[in-house]
Design a binder for this molecule. Structure first.
Ligand code: BT5
Length: 259
């Protein structure tokens, strides 16, 4: 796909945003966009700076897990300086921006699995990683890392094939990464402006969650909880109803859906 070549100018050209993606640092290959973004943020990079790579050789997920991001995928990090009150909503913002941009670019209907996965037909198409530096009550920076399986043949990656999918595998044709990235950045800005103006993403995020009402097993800090995912709190925590009726609030963890 000729138009699918990523570059800083092809991404920023006529993007129409005020600050997200006005500055783009593009790399053919990087260890992880999170590392470069973090260094940039520490040096005071302008808000909305995007670090994007065609390929990551050491992409990572939460808890130092590996994130596969070969060529054909989208791997990017966005630098933000949010207020403390917006911090817990960034995961909602990132997941919704991915859902909206995949919908508008491909017509597919993704769902969100608490806390940070975007799924298509139950399989993971995107992972979100948010890393923030908070000093006392001030956020020094937040970095939103987004990895989307775009043009990836899952048959070539048996280690994740049972749990993952890609847009090209779903559609049986390649998808323009450039178009998807541009939609994504516009959407990130729109939702970030909503949050910064005191708006909430909670209702829409909650209704996009595939997790709610399901029997789940949640692993959090080496503790395993079982029960029904009853709801999510406004700060994004999961509210789990155990068999004994107890309601537990879980801030972060891994969910397995049980039929
Ligand atoms: C995540 O972690 O899902 C967050 C992934 C964030 C990746 C982006 S890419 C840009 C930026 N730069 C980085 O280095 N990272 C961010 P977690 O919930 O911990 O899920 C990790 C698990 O997902 C792994 O243990 C695998 O089981 C699975 N996995 C790995 N690569 C995958 C892929 N490409 N597609 C679907 N699942 C994958």
């Amino acid at each position: 796909m000729a138009e699918d070549t990523l570059s800083a100018t092809s991404i920023t050209n006529n993007l129409g945003t005020r600050f997200i993606g006005r500055r783009v640092l593009y790399y053919p290959s990087l260890t992880s966009t999170m590392e470069v973004a973090k260094e940039e943020a520490r040096q005071g990079a302008v808000e909305g700076t995007v670090v994007i790579a065609d390929e990551q050789t050491g992409g990572r997920g939460r808890l130092k897990r590996a994130w596969l991001s070969p060529r054909g995928n989208i791997a990017l990090s966005i630098i933000l300086y949010p207020s403390l009150s917006c911090l817990s909503s960034l995961i909602m913002l990132a997941s919704l921006a991915v859902v909206h941009s995949i919908e508008s670019t491909t017509g597919l209907k993704p769902q969100v699995k608490w806390p940070n996965d975007v799924l298509i037909k139950g399989k993971k198409v995107c992972g979100v990683l948010i890393e923030s530096d908070v000093q006392r009550t001030k956020v020094s920076y937040s970095i939103i890392g987004i990895g989307i399986n775009v043009n990836l043949k899952l048959a070539d990656f048996p280690e994740i094939q049972p749990v993952a999918t890609s847009l090209s595998d779903e559609l049986r044709k390649e998808v323009s990464r450039l178009s998807l990235v541009r939609h994504l950045l516009v959407e990130v800005e729109r939702l970030y402006l909503t949050l910064s103006a005191g708006g909430s993403l909670y209702e829409e995020w909650r209704s996009s969650l595939v997790t709610l009402g399901k029997k789940v097993r949640v692993t959090a800090d080496e503790t395993v909880y079982e029960g029904v995912a009853e709801s999510v709190a406004r700060d994004g925590s999961l509210l789990l109803r155990s068999l004994d009726g107890k309601l537990t609030k879980i801030v972060a963890g891994d969910v397995t859906l049980r039929d």
